[in-house]
Design a protein around this ligand. Structure first.
Ligand code: ATP
Ligand code: LTN
Length: 334
């Protein structure tokens, strides 16, 4: 609790170009929840280096992502928006929690299995302990709620297990966090292979809508989205392509899937795809405009970065000191 409000923590990696999936599955929910909670939104640049990065690109992408958080509608005066690497407590707590996490648990993480298959030439220890750093992120802020897409559920369960284990030994040190999965858009699928998640690392650029795609590109990608030959707009598992487009349209317009079915009853896929494209454009255009405006205001963004790193550092260190004391590290001499 901070000032009578429950705490929310979430983060995103600055790897690749953000997709509509990242926006609808995560960022958009952050905006919905931000009034209700005391929020910490982190650009998790330390997680990014579990996969090899180009330094200049990583720096640029991290800043772009931070600006995107603001452009999406998160007020940086009210929400703590900051870089993970600016708060050393993340790495320090991660080390400690590593000693309370089992190899067996980490071996079961599907993201580790997927990523190590994808990057077989660089299966580094960081990739393996990635979920422990994520647990440290969340537990440092005593977060009550963590809004993520469904694919992060397993990491969140592990975070809860680590926290409970630690609390079991040392008393109530950590708040046990709950995942928050949005009702719509929790899993946006690829436009080309609708049984696969839309992902920023997809090699087929037509499979994903990127948040920075121009309006023509968005319309074209929607028009080319893979559907089926059933010629009916129904929200059903048998029509994964159509279902995904309904999910996207629902998330962008606020309409329920049943309302969408009614709206397009008897209409063709062409009309439907056009409407989906337009709904996506209407969400992404203002986001892009605000991002461009921020990119020009260097002094403002720099100030946000500095102030929020200090704020995050204050809360993070409070938890870290408590943990260090509990486990028996010597007290600091003042
Ligand atoms: P990569 O493809 O490189 O693994 P990613 O696109 O999955 O990356 P992350 O940085 O791992 O992106 O995820 C950021 C947030 O976006 C997480 O909360 C994740 O659950 C959410 N997310 C990612 N892809 C989707 C998707 N297709 N639908 C809904 N939410 C998603
Ligand atoms: N692993 C997450 C990113 C992430 C995160 C977090 C999300 C790192 N630390 C803490 C929520 C809370 C992902 O989306 N790939």
């Amino acid at each position: 609790m901070i000032d009578g409000k429950k705490t929310l923590f979430s983060g995103m990696q600055a790897t690749g170009n953000l997709t509509l999936g990242n926006y609808l599955g995560a960022l958009k929910n952050w905006v919905t929840l931000n009034e209700e909670y005391e929020c910490f939104f982190c650009v998790v640049d330390e997680h990014s280096i579990t996969v090899r990065q180009n330094p200049a690109e990583l720096r640029k992408r991290s800043r772009d992502l931070l600006m995107l958080y603001i452009a999406a509608g998160l007020d940086p005066e009210k929400n703590c928006i900051y870089y993970q690497s600016h708060v050393s407590a993340h790495a320090e707590l991660a080390w400690i929690l590593n000693c309370y996490t089992y190899m067996g648990e980490l071996s079961r993480m599907t993201q580790f299995k997927d990523k190590s298959a994808k990057h077989a030439d660089n299966i580094n220890a960081g990739l393996f302990t990635y979920p422990v750093l994520m647990a440290a992120d969340i537990l440092l802020f005593q977060a009550d709620v963590v809004p993520v897409g469904i694919d992060q559920m397993q990491h969140l369960e592990l975070t809860r297990d680590i926290a409970n284990r630690f609390n079991g030994v040392y008393g109530d040190v950590f708040t046990i966090p709950e995942a928050y999965i949005g009702k719509v858009g929790a899993k946006i699928m690829s436009l080309q292979e609708p049984t696969k998640k839309m992902s920023k690392s997809d090699e087929n650029a037509n499979a994903s809508i990127y948040l920075m795609d121009d309006m023509d590109t968005i319309m074209r990608k929607c028009k080319r989205a893979v559907t089926d030959s059933l010629a009916q707009i129904r929200y059903s598992e048998e029509q994964p392509g159509v279902k995904n487009l309904i999910d996207i349209y629902s998330a962008c317009t606020g309409k329920t899937p049943a309302e969408v079915e009614r709206e397009f009853d008897g209409k063709g896929y062409g009309d439907f795809k056009l409407a989906v494209g337009e709904s996506v454009c209407s969400v992404l255009k203002p986001l892009q405009e605000e991002h461009a405006r921020l990119a020009k205001d260097k002094a403002y963004v720099d100030q946000i970065i500095k102030n929020n790193a200090e704020k995050a550092g204050y809360y993070a260190n409070k938890t870290l000191r408590k943990v260090q004391k509990k486990i028996g590290f010597p007290e600091r001499v003042r």
